[in-house]
Design a protein around this ligand. Structure first.
Ligand SMILES: [Zn+2]
Ligand SMILES: [Zn+2]
Length: 275
C-alpha cells in the first residue's frame, strides 16, 4: 500500500471522551508507531449532553491531558489541541462560553443526533418506513446546513453519519440523490466561509466499508471549489490511530486535491500530498 509523507490524522479521542479508552500519551505512542507527523486530539463535547457527560470536568481533563502529551512528545510528533463540538448549534450560548475556556488549535463540528433525540447509532431503523427514514435524513441534512452556516468550527466532520447505521441495519432503497441540493449548499457554505470538509475513515473498518462522506461527495466538494480537506481516523482505541488514513489520501488525490489541511491556532495550513 502507498505510504504518504507528513501524514496527518486530525480526529481521535482520549479517555477524557465519554466513549474514549486510552490517555493521550498512549494514543501518541500509537501515532508515532503509525508514522504520523501530525495528530489532533478532539475529545467529544456534545453540548446537548453537557450534564450527562459531565463536560465541565471532561473538557478540562482533556485539555490538560493534551497539553501534557505535547510536553512529552514535542520532539516526536506534532499535536494539535482540538475538540469535537457535537450539536453546537443546539445551545450556542453554552458552545461559545465553553470554547472560550481554552486555547484550541482546531475545532471539529459534528451532528450525532437530532434535537432531543438519541444518537443516530441508537435508532431502530428496521422499525421505520422508508418515508420515515427519508424524513429523518431531511432533518439531519437541515441540521448540517445550520451547523455549516454557524461557522464556529474548522472542519465539518463525518457528513452522512446516519447513513452508515441505516445501511448497517440492512435498510435498502434509501434515495441519497434527494439530498444532493442540500449537500451542495452545505459545501458552498463551507467554501465561502473558508472551512474544511473532513474525510472520516472510521467507516472503512466498519461494516459499511466506506469513508464518511464517500468519495463522490469529496469529488463534488472539489468541483464546487473546495480546497480545505482534513483526514481523521476517529480512533477511540490505540490500534485505530492512523487507520484508513492512507486510503483517505488516495481518495483526496483521486478527487484532484494536492493538499490536505492542518491547523495551527485555528488557521488552516496546507500540507502537500506527497509519497
Ligand atoms: Zn463524531
Ligand atoms: Zn469523533
Amino acid at each position: 500500500m502507498a505510504t504518504y509523507k507528513n501524514k496527518t490524522d486530525l480526529h481521535m479521542h482520549t479517555s477524557s471522551s465519554f466513549d474514549g479508552n486510552y490517555p493521550a500519551s498512549m494514543m501518541c505512542e500509537a501515532a508515532v508507531e503509525a508514522g504520523l507527523e501530525t495528530i489532533a486530539f478532539t475529545d467529544h463535547f456534545d453540548v446537548d449532553f453537557y450534564e450527562r457527560h459531565n463536560l465541565d470536568f471532561r473538557q478540562k481533563s482533556s485539555y490538560e491531558d493534551i497539553c501534557s502529551a505535547q510536553d512529552v512528545f514535542s520532539d516526536k510528533i506534532r499535536i494539535l489541541r482540538g475538540i469535537e463540538m457535537g450539536q453546537p448549534t443546539y445551545d450556542l450560548a453554552l458552545t461559545e462560553k465553553s470554547l472560550e475556556r481554552f486555547e484550541y488549535d482546531f475545532i471539529i463540528g459534528s451532528i450525532h443526533n437530532l434535537r432531543q433525540m438519541p444518537d443516530f447509532g441508537d435508532l431502530k431503523y428496521t422499525e421505520m418506513t422508508l418515508d420515515e427514514i427519508h424524513a429523518l435524513l431531511d432533518k439531519y441534512f437541515a441540521e448540517e446546513l445550520i451547523l455549516a452556516k454557524w461557522n464556529g468550527f474548522d472542519t465539518l466532520a463525518h457528513l452522512t453519519y446516519p447513513i452508515r447505521y441505516i445501511i448497517q441495519a440492512g435498510i435498502e432503497g434509501v434515495d441519497l440523490s434527494r439530498y444532493d441540493d442540500i449537500t451542495d449548499e452545505i459545501f458552498k457554505t463551507l467554501i465561502a466561509n473558508g472551512k474544511a470538509l473532513e474525510i472520516n475513515t472510521s467507516g472503512l473498518r466498519q461494516p459499511i466499508g466506506k469513508t464518511m462522506p464517500t468519495e463522490n461527495y469529496v469529488r463534488r466538494f472539489k468541483e464546487l471549489g473546495g480546497e480545505l480537506l482534513t483526514l481523521g481516523s476517529d480512533a477511540h482505541f490505540t490500534e485505530h490511530v492512523g487507520a484508513g488514513i492512507d486510503q483517505g489520501y488516495e481518495i483526496a488525490e483521486s478527487c484532484g486535491f494536492r493538499y490536505v489541511t492542518c491547523f495551527k491556532k485555528r488557521k488552516p495550513v496546507q500540507v502537500k500530498i506527497e509519497k
